[in-house]
Design a protein around this ligand. Structure first.
Ligand code: PRE
Length: 283
């Protein structure tokens, strides 16, 4: 039986994404994203699912950085799920929201609810946790008037009440999760894929004027549709960046090798991080 690792503990959005996409594979919870990625890399589990990007807060930098700088694992699928953030407190809490002393959650969840916190919990200390599930667990074990931001499953798993629903600051809140595996044949998601995507990493030669324009031209004249371009530091010195580029089509033997050749001729280095189906799922 295959095992799927996820950012845990129970009640996280990552777990929700896993349960929505997969059937009977075994699940194993990890406290951090790197631990989950390492376990796939070391062959302790076959599949890992980690958050990549949220519609409100953007990229989960830890995931990108760890995959680029530490452990290169193929991305074999992407799962996109809606994200509804709720304010969770213990069932015996009956005070006003303004009396809550602390609000706990994952940094991305906190960021998705900044306005709500600003308006309704101005005196609460913000405490970051390794996941929304961890925050809910912590609140359930505390006697203090504190809250967590998390989902409905976390409320159920940790016996908490939802005092305020849908507290994320913008509608259409979704998160992209990456499915990582050494062998893509072990991954089976029984839903129709919405599209195919290829993620590339491109490092520019230093200080070459017009380099980014030339990179984009290589895709543009081939009519290849980019859905994301983001720069990240190479961690080799100030001003040194690489680009992560998502192309909304599957890797092929004509267009992609052509782009690669053209970019390498410009002095860029090009890596394919994965070519994979994208599943938009409803929880
Ligand atoms: O803490 C969780 O529940 C997670 O699964 C992590 C995570 C994230 O890293 O973005 C996933 C989805 C939400 O956007 C908030 C938090």
């Amino acid at each position: 039986m295959k095992t799927i690792g996820y950012l845990g503990p129970k009640g996280t959005f990552t777990k929700l994404a896993v349960d929505t996409a997969f059937n009977d594979e075994e699940r194993r919870s990890f406290t951090t994203i790197p631990e989950c990625i390492d376990a796939v890399d070391q062959g302790k589990i076959e599949i890992g699912v980690v958050p990549l990007e949220n519609a409100i807060e953007g990229t989960v930098q830890l995931t990108v950085d760890y995959l680029v700088h530490q452990v290169r694992l193929p991305v074999v699928a992407e799962i996109v799920v809606p994200i509804q953030q709720h304010l969770l407190v213990r069932k015996d809490f009956s005070g006003e929201l303004s009396t809550l002393k602390e609000v706990h959650s994952h940094s991305h969840a906190i960021a998705q609810c900044h306005q709500f916190i600003h308006q309704h919990l101005p005196d609460a200390n913000i405490q970051f946790s390794s996941s929304t599930g961890k925050a809910a667990e912590l609140v359930s074990e505390s006697k203090e008037p504190i809250a967590a931001i998390g989902n409905i499953i976390a409320a159920k798993e940790y016996g908490l009440q939802i005092v305020k629903e849908n507290i994320h600051d913008y509608p259409n809140n979704h998160t992209r999760f990456l499915v990582l595996a050494q062998d893509r044949s072990v991954v089976s998601i029984n839903h129709p894929a919405k599209l195919e995507r290829t993620t590339m990493m491109i490092t520019l030669p230093s200080d070459k004027s017009g380099a980014l324009h030339q990179i984009l031209s290589a895709f543009a004249w081939r009519k290849m549709n980019l859905s994301k371009i983001e720069s990240r530091p190479t961690k080799t010195g100030l001003g040194n960046y690489f680009f992560i580029i998502d192309v909304d089509q599957t890797y092929d033997d004509v267009l992609f090798p052509g782009v690669k050749q053209e970019l390498e001729a410009l002095g860029c280095s090009v890596d394919i991080l994965g070519t994979y189906p994208v599943y938009h799922l409803n929880i």
